[in-house]
Design a protein around this ligand. Structure first.
Ligand code: EPU
Length: 413
């Protein structure tokens, strides 16, 4: 199973292209809904966006004609807010609606706004939009109340063109933050310490174009590793970075799966004797919240009682209702799911409630007896490239029934 480029690294990379008038070329970009929509946002701002190959973008943000992100797209894609930092830095003004309601819990943008303010911006409202303005951004010490991933990326992107030095304290340490810093540094920025909780940025007057490869998707990596375990199978996940899923591999090993790590390749071998475990979803390098639902699906097949604590978002256990429809014994109390297993799962009609809740029902469907029908599958298209083709490659029977209307998704992901 070859892993695609990372959704959550591709979106900030697309946003970063707004920081220069030169061409930025991005390779290994996943062909998924959220990326396509982000390309539309860039085009609506006046950037020239070309996709000469499915996985390659050429972006030239030379003639930016406006600094207002289109609200209809923003409402469907939370990452749209990532245009704020680059636009503010380069043009002194940026406007974007606060990203819409969400199914995984409250997702405010106060961390982003406090960071922009610390750099000297004024924040106001215009209609449905938040507007950030600054005649000049000045480097500052910026403390983040929470190590928000998009918040860190937005503030980092704003600070690269600020006058003087910025220190982001309590920064997110996710690999997608490091990947963005690598891209920005290749464009001429001076960012040090990305991947640690303090990031230092020496402002530079301007950035230039570059060519950059998107890192492999660690959540897709984890999803396929779990697919191997839940089907008692043997899967080689290739083109991935095993260190990015170290927490997952440790927990799977604890549960009794056999996992072999190589440079860019993970082999998982399962003998069906899984034990119940306790997991906590935390900021990196803790176990990724985006893998919490897939792990919840897996633990329905483990012997004994498992506890799944969600500690990043406040409402990310809704998928357990879908697992229950398939026969799982799982209850929740607050942000904790208690799963008793192993249970025999039965295929039935379930919903993909968001991208990762969708992955959980796909995984449960692989282990279930009979046919699982997944409604609202458009959520899966937002984050997983070629899902049915890849599932079929592993031996699953997966077909898409067209004709289901795809309502506008709310801003998860
Ligand atoms: N938070 C605040 N204030 C803020 C921002 C966030 O309190 O201003 C809180 C949120 O309420 C939440 C916590 O911080 O409880 C974590 O949110 P974070 O900001 O770190 O998440 P995000 O940056 O909005 C990204 C990913 C998510 C992933 C999270 C956590 C992208 C596009 N999205 O979101 O990915 O779950 O980090 O790792 O990078 C997905 O891919 O399905 C997905 C939801």
């Amino acid at each position: 199973m070859r892993v695609s480029g990372s959704k959550n690294a591709a979106l900030p990379a697309l946003a970063a292209s707004l920081l220069t008038a030169d061409e930025v070329i991005l390779d290994n970009v996943p062909d998924i809904e959220d990326v396509g929509r982000f390309g539309e946002i860039l085009a609506s701002l006046g950037a020239e966006v070309e996709r000469p190959e499915r996985s390659r973008f050429h972006i030239r943000a030379k003639n930016i004609v406006n600094t207002d992100a289109p609200s209809d797209i923003v409402a469907t894609n939370r990452a749209s807010f990532l245009v704020m930092g680059p636009l503010l830095a380069r043009f002194g003004e940026a406007a974007c609606a606060p990203p819409g309601g969400d199914v995984v819990g409250l997702r405010p943008v106060d961390v982003h706004l406090a960071g922009f303010r610390a750099l000297g911006a004024e924040i106001g409202r215009r209609g449905d939009q938040l507007v950030a303005r600054a005649r000049e951004l000045r480097g500052a010490r910026v403390f983040l109340d929470y190590p928000s991933v998009l918040g860190t990326q937005n503030v980092m992107a704003a600070a690269v063109l600020a006058r003087g030095t910025t220190a982001i304290i309590n920064a997110a340490t996710e690999p997608e933050v490091v990947a963005l810093a690598d891209l920005l540094n290749a464009m001429g920025a001076r960012i040090y310490g990305a991947g640690t909780q303090t990031i230092e940025i020496e402002g530079v007057p301007e950035l230039h174009g570059t060519r950059h490869t998107i890192i492999p998707d660690r959540i897709e990596t984890g999803t396929w590793v779990i697919a191997g375990v839940i089907t008692n199978g043997e899967i080689d996940v290739v083109g991935c970075r095993p260190t990015h899923v170290a927490a997952l591999l440790a927990k799977l090993t604890e549960a009794g799966a056999r996992v072999e790590e190589h440079d860019d390749h993970i082999r998982v071998i399962s003998n069906g004797a899984l034990r119940g475990i306790s997991v906590q979803a935390l900021p990196y390098p803790g176990l990724a919240t985006d893998l919490q639902a897939p792990i919840g699906a897996l633990l329905t097949q483990a012997r004994g009682v498992s506890f799944v604590h969600e500690r990043v978002f406040d409402n990310r256990l809704l998928y357990i209702g879908e697992l229950r429809k398939m026969g799982a014994e799982v209850v929740s109390a607050g942000s904790t799911a208690v799963i008793t297993g192993p249970t025999h799962l039965y295929g039935t009609t379930v919903r993909a409630l968001d991208i990762r809740a969708g992955a959980a029902v796909v995984l449960a469907g692989l282990a279930a007896e009979g046919r699982t029908e997944i409604r609202d599958a458009y959520h899966l298209d937002r984050g997983y490239e070629d899902l049915e083709r890849k599932l079929r490659g592993l031996g699953a029977e997966a077909v898409r029934h067209e004709g289901q209307p795809a309502p506008e998704p709310v801003g998860a992901g």
